[in-house]
Design a protein around this ligand. Structure first.
Ligand code: ADP
Ligand code: MG
Length: 734
């Protein structure tokens, strides 16, 4: 996407005045520079009616401490753009950082979500290029990097609005867009690039003569995200191609202070401006945050109940993987909660992603998303609720997710579903000054959805696969979390979770089995050895093949998105090519049926049906009996069949009624037309009915085609059709 900023004025006169303006701005900026290390907000604001700009020959107004954009030493073009977009008064981060940024310093800006960081870096970008008299022929003057495509697009929109009256050309270069070749042709003509890291590196690698040796300003929005491990290689490759002499801005609500990061970017004595450091909370004050203890197997019931209770709200729901988002979205959609549902994740096609993002900006709906929507996005019309169904990986992630609501001056609410095993996260949030109220879920108002899900899974076999994938990716996401104090996959009630997704059986997961075994081995090594030598491994492998239908093999080979690698979700890092090959299933078709040997916890062989009995684990939790579950599903299937029968009958009656009504209408219309035609006396009376009956049967007109198709779909018998035709004929002839 390329945008040429239009200039309203042109010609020599304009150029001169621009030169004069630039001269004045330079002197003003230089003479009133704030001290390094100072926070302009600590200065008293200028008097409301005090003169702005040059006061006399060598005196200029003070701009550090300014509260309005028009008190800053910025060009009239930028001021016009700001005014047009109705930006008048500055927010705190803008007041604090703009005076330093305008005089050429590197900035590390930290301020809460929704507090206006975007303008804090876009204005100095425009101003720097303007004062450098940057022209189209100068090439790339500024690069603004965003971790996600949607945020890139949003930044580009703000840039277009504020830079409306400037002459620069700007381009949005984000992954997933097909017109990369067109981009390559024009990228050298662009002055400002807004891009995701992967796409930028792609141009650096592939576009002939791509030149950013003259770069003036580099911006990393959501800087800590771009600097983290997911983008490490990509960012290092980018930085290595940029000139060291430049201005650099890093902004985020959770700013990096790592010396290493700063060294990587060769920052020169950056101004660290953290405007909310003294604030009692790390999140916006207008955000009401709650947490509810919800066991894993009740999460979907709780989510469903929540949605049903908030049908008039705009809700953003975070889940931990694409597969979960897909499963919850697809199944809930089928169950029709009474509010439009949408989903957003990194595996979607780019056009669709953008479409969903814009739709969610406009309309009241529920958006199920992965962390791809957690950073920076400013959904146009306020989000009422942020619901975190799965615990965020860390405090920063929590802050960014809830930061999608309560932006600028608006309010918002959030709820975190937290499992009993994850309570430590609440302590961490508390120490990071995140005020959350722990509330008790009202289980009386819980509307269970698991039963409905299991019915759906029976009816639509595709959903079974989705459910299995959701199940495995969730467990895997917990398994690979870094913070083991909070995330322990062994503490989860896995069978109950599987059942809550509507799955008839708990899929077998190798890494959990291995974990269980190693736990057992450390508790009782002899038992383990006996078990191993008795051939249980082989049995278990065969079961993998039977139950897991490939999915869980995939996960074992790392085919599922590596969730610990943010680049898989906050995509556009250049990820190493993964080998997407499914391991072939080896099912021993000659294996005698019913000979599978099961073993108890001590390694003793069990009779095939011995597992029917309730077995207690060491934690006293019941192991869900698989046969019982099968029985349950058999029953569900029968119930469903019965319900289906009733539905069909009901539908048939309904259609009959409809048909009757339609026939009556047709009769009336035909009678009326006959009357009209008679009045006209335009056609022979004999022809008319024949023609009509022919049309009706042969259906050679559009209208009659419709009629015939309708009948076909409703499948009435030939006899019925004849009867109807006769009735119609007689009505026409009478
Ligand atoms: P952040 O990057 O800090 O999360 P944004 O830059 O996305 O926040 O701004 C949040 C919202 O506040 C946006 O809708 C933006 O238009 C609005 N905003 C920012 N600065 C101002 C301002 N000075 N006056 C009015 N609205 C502003
Ligand atoms: Mg932002």
């Amino acid at each position: 996407m390329k945008q040429k900023f239009k200039s309203k004025n042109s010609g020599k006169q304009k150029r001169l005045s621009e030169n004069e303006e630039i001269k004045l701005l330079n002197s003003w900026i230089e003479s009133q520079k704030p001290d390094s290390g100072s926070n302009p907000m600590s200065l008293p604001p200028p008097l409301p009616n005090a003169p702005i700009g040059r006061i006399d020959d060598d005196t200029y107004s003070r701009y550090a401490g300014a509260t309005r954009f028009d008190q800053l030493p910025i060009s009239s073009k930028t001021k016009d753009g700001l005014r047009k977009a109705e930006f008048i008064d500055m927010t705190d981060i803008q007041k604090a950082s703009l005076p330093h940024a305008l005089c050429g310093r590197d900035i590390l800006g930290a301020a809460k979500t929704g507090s206006g960081k975007t303008l804090a870096f876009l204005i100095p970008v425009l101003e720097k290029l303007y004062r450098e008299r940057w022209g189209p022929e100068f090439g790339v003057g500024s690069i603004i990097i965003s971790p996600t495509r949607e945020l890139g697009a949003q930044l580009f929109d703000v840039l277009k609005a504020v830079g409306k009256f400037h002459n620069f050309s700007a381009g949005l270069l984000i992954g997933g867009r097909k017109d990369v070749n067109t981009e390559k042709e024009h990228v050298n003509e662009l002055n400002i690039l807004v891009c995701t890291p992967g796409r930028l590196l792609q141009h650096m690698d592939e576009t002939p003569n791509f030149d950013c040796s003259q770069l003036q300003v580099l911006v990393l929005d959501e800087a800590d995200r771009i600097l983290d491990v997911g983008f490490k290689k990509t960012l290092n490759a980018i930085i290595s191609q940029l000139p060291k002499h430049r201005q650099t801005f890093l902004f985020s609500a959770t700013q990096t202070k790592s010396v290493q990061d700063l060294a990587r970017l060769s920052l020169k004595d950056p101004e660290y401006l953290s405007v909310h450091e003294e604030s009692t909370t790390a999140t916006p004050n207008s955000l009401q945050q709650t947490a509810m203890v919800v066991p894993l197997e009740q999460k979907l019931d709780m989510l469903w109940s929540f949605i049903k209770a908030h049908l008039n709200s705009k809700i953003l729901v975070f889940l931990s993987s694409c597969k979960q988002v897909k499963f919850v979205f697809e199944t809930f959609k089928k169950l029709r909660p009474g509010i439009p549902l949408k989903c957003l994740h990194g595996r979607m096609k780019q056009d669709k992603r953008m479409g969903i993002y814009s739709e969610f900006c406009e309309k009241r709906s529920v958006l199920f998303s992965t962390d791809v929507a957690s950073r920076g996005l400013d959904f146009n019309k306020a989000v009422d609720w942020v619901v975190q169904v799965d615990c965020p990986e860390d405090v920063a992630s929590y802050i960014h997710r809830v930061g999608r609501t309560a932006r600028y001056h608006s309010g918002g609410k959030s709820v975190l579903f937290i499992m009993p095993s994850e309570m430590k996260m609440l302590e961490q949030l508390e120490s990071a000054k995140v005020p959350i109220q722990l509330i008790k879920a009202n289980t009386k108002r819980l509307q269970p959805v698991s039963g409905l899900l299991s019915a759906l899974l029976v009816k639509y076999p595709n959903f079974q696969q989705l459910a299995q994938r959701a199940f495995i990716t969730y467990l895997r996401s917990i398994h690979i979390q870094k913070d083991k104090e909070i995330f322990d996959v062994m503490k989860l009630s896995i069978d109950e979770f599987s059942a809550s997704l509507g799955l008839p059986m708990t899929p077998k997961i190798r890494f959990i089995d291995q974990k269980r075994r190693s736990q057992k081995m450390s508790a009782n090594p002899t038992t383990f050895l006996a078990l191993d030598s008795s051939g249980d491994e082989n049995v278990s492998n065969t079961m993998d093949g039977e139950l897991e239908v490939g999915d869980f093999k995939e996960s074992d080979q790392g085919l599922f998105p590596p969730i610990d690698n943010p680049s898989s979700e906050v995509e556009d890092a250049v990820a190493p090519t993964r080998i997407l090959k499914k391991k072939k299933l080896k099912i021993n078709v000659h294996r005698p049926v019913g000979t599978r040997v099961s073993f108890d916890d001590d390694g003793n062989p069990l009779a095939p049906l011995a597992k029917l009995a309730d077995i207690k684990t060491s934690n006293d939790a019941f192991v869900v009996d698989k046969d019982e579950k099968n029985e349950f599903y058999k029953k569900r299937r029968e119930e469903l069949k019965q319900a289906d029968k009733e539905d069909k009958l009901l539908n048939r009656n309904r259609l009959k009624e409809k048909r009757k009504e339609k026939m009556n209408k047709m009769k009336k219309r035909a009678a009326k037309e006959t009357q009209d035609d008679e009045d006209d006396i335009s056609e022979s009376e004999e022809e008319r009915p024949q023609k009509r009956s022919k049309k009706f049967v042969d259906s050679d007109s559009d209208i009659d085609n419709k009629v015939e198709n309708k009948f076909n779909t409703e499948s009435i018998s030939v006899a019925e059709q004849e009867e109807l035709a006769l009735k119609l004929l007689s009505s026409l002839q009478s």
